[in-house]
Design a protein around this ligand. Structure first.
Ligand code: HEM
Length: 376
């Protein structure tokens, strides 16, 4: 299809086959009024429903002496499979100094704990956290940027963008109908990702289930979004031998097959050893450490994008992977895996985590409803 519905049991943009482009934005609220927060979520939902269907926000032609409702740069463009996914940050429920601005503290999901500091984290507060987030994905970057721009225009006076990130070249497939894309290290990324066709696994690892969190029943059918801006040391990588690159990942570069043999979708065999007795998939390789067999069976739905934000003051590419994962409970589904990777993954020598966010993504809105309705 050319467009995805905004309304449904789950929000679009999670198991939706990953589009080519992303504009992700985190917002801070500029109001302490619960009514204004509710109004904002209602207006965002209405605007998102229109934009995802390729329609303009508000009046096509409004008063001549007022700014137009819709900013206009997507006029005439197809919907481009736009999805708009809205999330709520821990600070919406309680600020770092313990203020409950909107009377929501008792409905805060236990799973919405701010993420811990992981080994080697070098987070920029100006690229981290936020009261709300919007993930806009589309096949046309102009359509994704238009979506975030119009939502922030609607938010004027109530919420303002805290940070945002543009991404390209989806780094994951979320459907078996998609060919596996590559990340900026040149490796296929998304081979072993959770795919929408694996319905039982998606239900087990992505969607919040009944009784998961009694104080936060409003999250049933939702999920948790983990965002990590991961800078990649591209120039160092480009001077690393192919042998070493493959050993770091644990897969071969051209085909994406595990180093234990076979082809892209062959299951890795971690026990298989070479002639010297060393395992063919090194013990500190990324795929071994991230594999469910090393993580109590945990799987995550990865939905990240590559980014290249120009060049640093040192003349290096300011590039990397804007990692996004959807998990049922970050306390079990993300934090232990990230702790292990940050500590033991040999790939970490080429990476630096520079931004971070955790958001509760409520279930989808029904027609006429709005995202977050169940919370208030
Ligand atoms: C697999 C690259 C960060 C979790 C992979 C694969 C590559 C890769 C090339 C193999 C193909 C695939 O199955 O998708 C990277 C790069 C990263 C990064 C370049 C950072 C810039 C992360 C992070 C996590 C993660 C932060 C989670 C905390 C996984 C998982 C798999 C995987 C769960 C699948 C393992 C399996 O079941 O075989 N990654 N990754 N990755 N990665 Fe990453």
């Amino acid at each position: 299809p050319d467009s995805w519905p905004f309304h449904g049991t789950h929000q679009a943009g999670i198991v939706t086959p990953a589009q080519d482009r992303m504009h992700f934005a985190a917002f801070d609220l500029r109001t302490d009024s619960r009514e204004e927060l509710v109004g904002l979520l209602q207006e965002w939902s209405a605007a998102a429903a229109a934009m995802t269907q390729g329609q303009v926000v508000g009046e096509p032609v409004g008063a001549y002496d007022a700014p137009p409702d819709d900013t206009g740069e997507a006029l005439g463009l197809p919907p481009s499979r736009l999805t708009i996914t809205i999330g709520l940050g821990p600070s919406l429920f309680e600020t770092a100094d313990g203020v409950d601005r909107f009377g929501l503290a008792d409905r805060r999901p236990a799973a919405l704990e701010p993420l811990p500091h992981f080994p080697a984290d070098n987070l920029d507060p100006a690229r981290s956290d936020g009261d709300l987030c919007v993930q806009a994905c589309a096949d046309d970057p102009q359509v994704a940027v238009h979506a975030v721009r119009n939502l922030s225009r609607i938010a004027f006076g109530r919420a303002a963008v805290r940070w945002s990130q543009l991404g390209f070249g989806r780094t994951s497939s979320t459907s078996t109908s998609q060919a596996t894309p590559r990340n900026l290290f040149g490796f296929k990324d998304g081979t072993a990702n959770l795919k929408v066709e694996e319905e039982a696994a998606v239900a087990e690892h992505v969607w919040v289930g009944e009784g998961d969190d009694p104080a936060a029943g409003w999250m049933r059918g939702g999920s948790y979004l983990v965002a990590r801006r991961i800078s990649m040391h591209i120039e160092t990588w480009d001077r690393t031998s192919l042998r070493e690159q493959e050993a770091l990942i644990g897969r071969d570069r051209v085909e994406g097959a595990p180093l234990s043999g076979g082809e892209e979708f062959t299951e890795p065999d971690f026990a298989l050893a070479g002639r010297g007795g060393e395992p063919l998939i090194p013990v500190d390789s990324h795929v071994r450490l991230a594999h469910p067999s090393q993580n109590d069976g945990v799987r995550l739905l990865r939905r990240g994008y590559n980014f290249a934000d120009g060049t640093t003051a040192l003349g290096r590419l300011d590039a990397g992977l804007f990692f996004i994962a959807y998990v049922r409970d970050p306390r079990t589904g993300y934090v232990p895996m990230q702790t292990r990777l940050s500590r033991d993954d040999a790939l970490m020598e080429y990476l630096q985590h520079t931004g971070s966010g955790l958001f509760a993504v409520p279930p989808g809105a029904s027609e006429g409803g709005w995202v977050g309705e169940g919370l208030f």
